[in-house]
Design a protein. Structure first.
Length: 223
């Protein structure tokens, strides 16, 4: 059975005068202050957002923290009935690290890995490429901007068995290895042929026929 949504908002929005701490906020039934907009007009603190059904897509509820007006930290998404649909992690508005998504019956559907902006590293080192050769000729340091890129392994699961259907490996928004099979899965015919140890008879035959028209040892003749 699906659990019920644990919150109930009974004050929708309250506006205060310029001396108030917040410009707007909501209060839950247990007295928690959520959905705060500060005097600077930025979303801050814990937020609970309900999205209604749209164009046939079911509605959902998401909750998490805002910092400086953008999502930050862990966010969770629920169905209207209260079933967990997603666990996401953000750094200053961009996804970062492992993200997990679930079906409406609670089974894992996919896992994504993202790389977000690191506020503790305000500068990035980028490569400078030559216009003719395309090779890296120098590096320069630039101020880092908030970003979020696909980076790492993405796994897609069978909803019934829980087994991994396939994986895709991303490197800064570029597919590095889509659903690459393991070494054990590579077909034998594509494997590198093994070295053959030649017998004395084979070596004698090669010396005898050296320089002559090639004769294939399977019985056919070369053209």
């Amino acid at each position: 059975m699906s659990k019920k949504i644990f919150y109930s908002i009974f004050i929708i929005a309250i506006s205060f005068n310029s001396n108030a701490q917040y410009k707007e906020f909501k209060i839950t039934s247990n007295g928690d202050t959520i959905n705060v907009i500060n005097k600077a007009g930025e979303k801050t603190g814990k937020w609970v957002i309900e999205i209604g059904e749209l164009r046939g897509e079911p509605g959902y509820v998401e909750e998490g923290l805002y910092k400086k007006g953008v999502k930050d930290g862990y966010w969770r998404k629920y169905s209207i009935e209260g079933d967990l649909l997603a666990v996401e992690h953000y750094i200053l508005g961009g996804k970062d690290g492992l993200q997990q998504y679930f079906t409406f019956v609670g089974t894992l559907e996919r896992e994504e890995n993202w790389k977000g902006y690191n506020p503790d590293a305000p500068y990035d080192t980028i490569a400078v490429y030559g216009t003719a050769s395309g090779e890296i000729i120098d590096y320069k340091i630039v101020k880092a901007e908030p970003y979020s890129v696909k980076d790492g392994e993405w796994r897609y699961y069978d909803a019934n068995s829980g087994q991994i259907l396939y994986t895709v490996i991303w490197e800064r928004n570029n597919i590095k290895k889509p659903n690459a099979p393991s070494v054990e899965e590579v077909p034998a015919e594509t494997s590198k042929p093994k070295k053959i140890d030649k017998t004395v008879e084979m070596l004698q035959w090669e010396r005898k026929n050296k320089g002559k028209k090639k004769v294939l040892r399977d019985g056919s003749t070369g053209s």
